[in-house]
Design a protein around this ligand. Structure first.
Ligand SMILES: Cc1cc2nc3c(=O)[nH]c(=O)nc-3n(C[C@H](O)[C@H](O)[C@H](O)COP(=O)(O)OP(=O)(O)OC[C@H]3O[C@@H](n4cnc5c(N)ncnc54)[C@H](O)[C@@H]3O)c2cc1C
Length: 414
């Protein structure tokens, strides 16, 4: 606690707060700190939650070095204010006591597909606006990648269980183990009286390396492995291909589960994961080798080639530099793209040229009454980006549903 107060007292309360501007969801950081200093911690928590219902999660998993803390004026000459620790303290200690403002029930139903950051944000926002909200989730529990991707040591599952309780108490209904696009389609939901449907199904299909041997038994995709690492036996020596969030999580988890030599091979000369994540991976004992690209996988390991930048700045392999590395498992972590189940089942939905669900500026898909946000429309991004976009889309869904209800009323009275 002392530490939190010391950190809070270091804040300069900048008028033109760079920390707030650098936050993708523009959390009012100076105000949060001012309220804490004034002992108005519940007000601070309320403000945080109303702005970002996943504030507790974001305080743990956002890339603070590149966002709020990276922009802190204090950081120019010394250490930035530990904004994430302050946010964590406030949002975590007050979470159960936060009372959300609720509009009266309006009699309309909204369906939310997917209980990840995008779906949960929409569910809370629409419930607050008086809609009867049902969330359909293909997995057993809520959280999406927060539960089935980000490891427990970075994001305790108990936080997501607390969310479940809170959201249930708000009156949000959940249907777990229920894939939309299987027995039930989006059209079925609309036909059954939902005024609007939201798609927040994320990006779960591993991006492929497209090299020979990728289907062999010694290859695993990181996003699948992280789903439930305990059912895998990776062996002593592991090569991780990729250098983003998922790659760091897979490498660090492999070490924790007993693999001894875990090496991350990076195509370029730097990792895309946050500096902090890379640092922690190194502390955990993960090795990094830069400027290496996989060429093919064999039953005994992986063949890698050196890379360099060409005259256009593109990373290319250098011919004749192929080298075999003996490993027990190759973990592929080069991002994910959306699954196509919903699009196959409801052909009115269209994908864009990158394979993401197509939406317009208002978050509307190509199917009337159906909206979407999060990774399924942006491709693999971050929790805070999914929340920020979903907040906007919730406003659009509200406008749409009220507009439809108004039209129905006026045509009934004609
Ligand atoms: C390993 C890993 C680590 C990451 N680490 C970080 C990090 O540290 N910080 C950060 O900010 N971001 C991180 N990210 C990215 C972040 O988790 C995602 O950007 C975010 O979860 C996207 O939210 P979403 O709601 O769009 O999708 P998701 O979290 O993917 O949630 C989608 C939900 O929809 C459900 N679903 C899918 N299809 C259906 C269907 N047909 N019917 C019903 N339900 C369905 C899924 O089961 C899932 O629960 C990480 C990603 C990965 C893969």
């Amino acid at each position: 606690m002392n530490n939190i107060l010391t950190e809070a007292s270091a804040c300069l309360q900048c008028k033109n707060s760079r920390c707030r501007q650098a936050c993708p969801i523009h959390t009012n950081i100076p105000e949060m700190i001012r309220k804490l200093r004034n002992h108005e911690v519940m007000d601070a928590a309320q403000m945080l939650f109303e702005n970002n219902p996943l504030s507790i999660v974001c305080s743990l998993v956002c890339d603070h070095e590149k966002q709020c803390e990276g922009a802190c004026v204090r950081g120019i000459k010394g250490d930035p204010v530990a904004i994430s620790d302050i946010e964590q303290y406030i949002s975590n200690s007050c979470f159960e006591r936060i009372q959300l403002s609720m509009e009266p029930e309006n009699g309309m139903r909204a369906a939310v597909i997917g209980a990840g950051p995008a779906g949960l944000t929409i569910a809370v926002a629409l419930r607050q606006k008086g809609y009867k909200v049902t969330v359909f989730e293909v997995r057993e529990k809520i959280g999406g990648i927060m539960r089935y991707g980000i490891p427990e040591y970075r994001l305790p599952r108990s936080i997501l269980d607390r969310y479940y309780k809170k959201l249930k108490a708000l009156g949000i209904q959940f249907r777990p183990n229920m894939a939309i696009g299987g027995a039930v389609s989006i059209q079925d939901l609309l036909d059954d009286g939902y005024s609007s449907v939201f798609i927040g199904t994320g990006a779960w299909k591993p991006r492929r390396l497209n090299i020979p041997g990728e289907t062999f038994g010694n290859v695993q995709y990181a996003v699948n492995y992280l789903n439930n690492p305990d059912v895998y036996d990776l062996g002593e020596n592991v090569a991780v291909i990729g250098a983003g969030n998922a790659a760091m999580d897979a490498a660090r988890t492999a070490i924790r589960k007993g693999s001894r030599n875990v090496t991350v091979y990076v195509r370029s000369n730097s990792a895309t994961a946050s500096d902090e994540e890379v640092e922690y991976a190194k502390i955990d004992g993960v090795q990094f080798v830069f400027n290496k690209a996989p060429v093919r996988i064999t039953d005994e390991g992986v063949v890698l080639a050196d890379t360099q930048k060409d005259e256009n700045g593109k990373t290319v392999m250098i011919e004749g530099t192929e080298n075999f590395v003996k490993v027990d498992t190759v973990l592929v972590a080069i991002s994910q793209v959306p699954q196509t189940r919903l699009v196959t089942r409801d052909p009115d939905l269209q994908l864009n040229e990158r394979g993401n669900l197509k939406i317009d500026d208002l978050g509307s898909t190509t199917m009337p009454g159906v909206f979407a946000s999060g990774d399924v429309v942006t491709g693999a991004k971050t929790v805070v980006h999914a929340v920020a976009l979903s907040r906007q889309i919730a406003e659009e869904m509200d406008r749409y549903m009220k507009g439809q209800a108004g039209t129905a009323k006026s045509s009934a009275s004609e």
